[in-house]
Structures are given as structure tokens and as C-alpha cells.
Design a protein around this ligand. Structure first.
Ligand code: NAP
Length: 194
């Protein structure tokens, strides 16, 4: 796994949906953060990730269900209001539109917030609706919005989906690069996908 080391420790990192395929990335980011909020759907996955959080990082676990978007956003807003605004956000949702809606909740802080939304392979489908790929999304001025698309890996015998480890590692590389759009693996030619 590549080791991304920011110049200073991050005051507050917010990770949504980071207890599954992004768990390695979450564990790594906890070493670089003074506070880390993990949002997931179950207590079970939150307890599991808690064991992997760096000892000197204060971990805030938040069990929320994104299938009830208004309640999800309201409770997240209340939580963020009690802490300093995050300056790094890593988010995975099943509904892509929740990324922009979450970005709108981030209060201005002394440093701009870097918001990385991980998007499924379907957003790279040339036929995908631009509103679903978030291509045209304009974030608030104090939020720098980044899209990280999960692709696939070409092999001698065809292609396969990324492993969790490749996803976490690739997402950390995207955070390090700071590119506004990046792909983990590849998405072209689209016809080669598994
Ligand atoms: N392109 C590729 O190569 C590739 C590779 C692997 C996976 N994927 C895609 O990535 C997706 C993610 O897979 P995954 O196995 O990690 O499962 P997942 O069910 O999407 O869970 C990922 C994260 O989201 C959270 N989550 C799930 N439902 C939630 C809800 N209703 N409210 C709040 N948080 C929720 C999970 O926490 P809880 O478990 O606590 O709810 C976990 O932290 C899959 O749909 C798969 O198609 C793509």
C-alpha cells in the first residue's frame, strides 16, 4: 500500500462508507488525522474499523442510513456542527447525488476542504447521464471537489474488477495527486469491462 503523508496532520477527516472496500484507506488516513469521523450503516462495521484507527487519532463513529437522505444529511449536519469542519472528505455512496448534497453541508474553515467522492464504474459508461457522473457539478467555493472512478483491471485472459486493496491504494494515490478526476484501474475501452 502506498503511504501518503500530508505536510501537516489533518485536524478533521470525514469518511463516509469507508468501512468496506475503503477500510485500508481509512486506517491509513487515521494516521494522518487528529480527528476522524466514520459514517456507515451498521454498528458492526463501525466497531470493526474502530480497531484499525490510529491510537492518537480521536475516532467519531456515526451510524446513519443514506437510504433516508434527508435524515442522513440532517444528522450529519448536526454532528459536523459539534466539531471543526473537515478539511478532507472521502465519500462512497450508492446514490451519487448525495456527494454534492454532503459537500453543501461543509462549513468554511481556515483551509479549503478537499472532497473526494468515489464513483462506481457505471459512471464511466459512455452512455451515462452527465448528471449522474457529477461532471457538471460546481462545488461551494471553499470545497475542492474530486471524482475518483473505480474501473477494472485488464488481464491476459480478459478483465476483472478491482480488489479492495487496489481500491484503497488507488484512492490514496488520487488524494495524493490532487487531480480533480482520476480513475483507479482503467475504464477504456468500456467494452473490455468484466
Ligand atoms: N469497479 C470495481 O472494481 C469494484 C470493486 C469492488 C466493488 N465495487 C463496487 O463497489 C460497491 C461497494 O462494495 P462494498 O462491498 O464495499 O459494499 P457497500 O455495501 O457499498 O458498503 C460500502 C460502505 O458503505 C456503507 N454503507 C452501505 N450501505 C449503507 C447505508 N444504507 N447507509 C450508510 N452507509 C452504508 C458500508 O457500511 P455498513 O456495512 O456498515 O452499512 C460500508 O462502509 C459494490 O456495489 C461494487 O459494485 C466496484
Amino acid at each position: 500500500m502506498m503511504q501518503w503523508v500530508p505536510e501537516n496532520r489533518i485536524d478533521h477527516t470525514l469518511i463516509i462508507g469507508g468501512t468496506g472496500m475503503l477500510a485500508d484507506a481509512a486506517a491509513h488516513l487515521s494516521k494522518r488525522s487528529k480527528n476522524l469521523t466514520s459514517v456507515a450503516g451498521t454498528k458492526r462495521s463501525l466497531s470493526k474499523i474502530d480497531l484499525r484507527i490510529a491510537k492518537d487519532c480521536t475516532h467519531h463513529s456515526l451510524q446513519l442510513n443514506w437510504n433516508k437522505p434527508d435524515e442522513f444529511l440532517n444528522r450529519l449536519r448536526l454532528h459536523l456542527g459539534e466539531l471543526m469542519p473537515p478539511t478532507l472528505v472521502l465519500a462512497w455512496f450508492h446514490d451519487n447525488t448525495l456527494g454534492p448534497r454532503t459537500a453543501e453541508l461543509i462549513e468554511r474553515s481556515s483551509a479549503p476542504c478537499r472532497f473526494f467522492q468515489v464513483l462506481g464504474s457505471a459512471t464511466a459508461d459512455p452512455r451515462a447521464d452527465a448528471s449522474k457522473t457529477l461532471e457538471a457539478y460546481r462545488a461551494p467555493a471553499h470545497v475542492v471537489f474530486h471524482r475518483v472512478v473505480l474501473g477494472f483491471v485488464e488481464t491476459r485472459s480478459g478483465s476483472r474488477w478491482l480488489t479492495d486493496s487496489e481500491i484503497s491504494s488507488g484512492v490514496l494515490e488520487s488524494i495524493e495527486s490532487g487531480d480533480e478526476y482520476s480513475v483507479v484501474g482503467c475504464v477504456e475501452p468500456w467494452s473490455s469491462r468484466p
